[in-house]
Design a protein. Structure first.
Length: 238
């Protein structure tokens, strides 16, 4: 059965990457997947959190990378309430996912006494905001580390993420909101450019799924992440 937007099961939504979208941060990227748009910006501090400092004399200084995620009020319909007093559970879970995904490829000793914060702000949501944040956030991180004088590479590899799922009995790649809201299985996959897994989040929304379905979704995810990795390196439209 064809998908509602006429994509094939293994086809990404149109991807657009715009670096330097804002001028006030050291790195900024507008990452767009279909109608989902996320602005990823990087901030650099020449310090590290107190808990990150070693108490062992002579130990190397290890830098830190963290992330924050937010959906702007107008990013969805109906309007999302602005987070003023506390961050909700979903937001906390997503920003922790973004942070640990990016940290998986960082050489903290090479980063040295620096903290990089990646802010991911969803301007428009149509499914896949967390995966778009990770993929765009990596580009912002890669731009930010160029500002640091290090004797060796700070990033060991690249990171990208994509959603896969089962919709109407068919494994499909890169779900938009319409597909995600009706999927029998919903999964997010985060991988390095070298093809190693960082995290796999999969849930059966209805009946349990078997090993064959899992393998089919992982194969789709690998294919999608290979495409995203190339786009991260070229910044060209898909």
């Amino acid at each position: 059965m064809p998908r509602h937007d006429d994509r094939s099961p293994d086809q990404l939504r149109p991807i657009c990457i715009q670096k330097g979208f804002t001028k006030t941060s050291i790195a900024s990227v507008l990452f767009q997947a279909g109608s989902t748009m996320v602005l990823c910006t990087a901030s650099l501090e020449k310090s590290i959190p107190p808990w990150r400092k070693s108490r062992v004399e002579g130990a190397p200084v290890l830098g830190w990378v963290t992330a924050e995620y937010n959906m702007l009020p107008g990013s969805t319909s109906p309007r999302k309430q602005r987070d003023r007093s506390k961050v909700d559970g979903r937001t906390t879970e997503i920003q922790r996912l973004i942070g640990r995904s990016l940290r998986a490829v960082v050489d903290f000793e090479a980063l040295g006494e620096h903290t990089i914060t990646i802010d991911c702000d969803v301007l428009q949501a149509d499914g896949g905001t967390r995966t778009a944040s990770i993929t765009g956030g990596y580009i912002a991180l890669a731009e930010a580390v160029k500002q640091i004088n290090s004797s060796r590479p700070i990033l060991r590899d690249s990171v990208a993420a994509i959603s896969v799922g089962v919709v109407d009995g068919t494994p499909v790649l890169d779900l938009d909101y319409k597909e995600d809201s009706t999927a029998e299985v919903d999964m997010n996959v985060i991988m390095t450019g070298a093809g190693k897994f960082i995290e796999v989040q999969g849930t059966a929304e209805g009946a349990p799924f078997d090993q064959d379905a899992l393998n089919a979704m992982l194969d789709l995810a690998k294919s999608g992440i290979r495409q995203l990795t190339k786009l991260q390196q070229t910044d060209k439209l898909s």
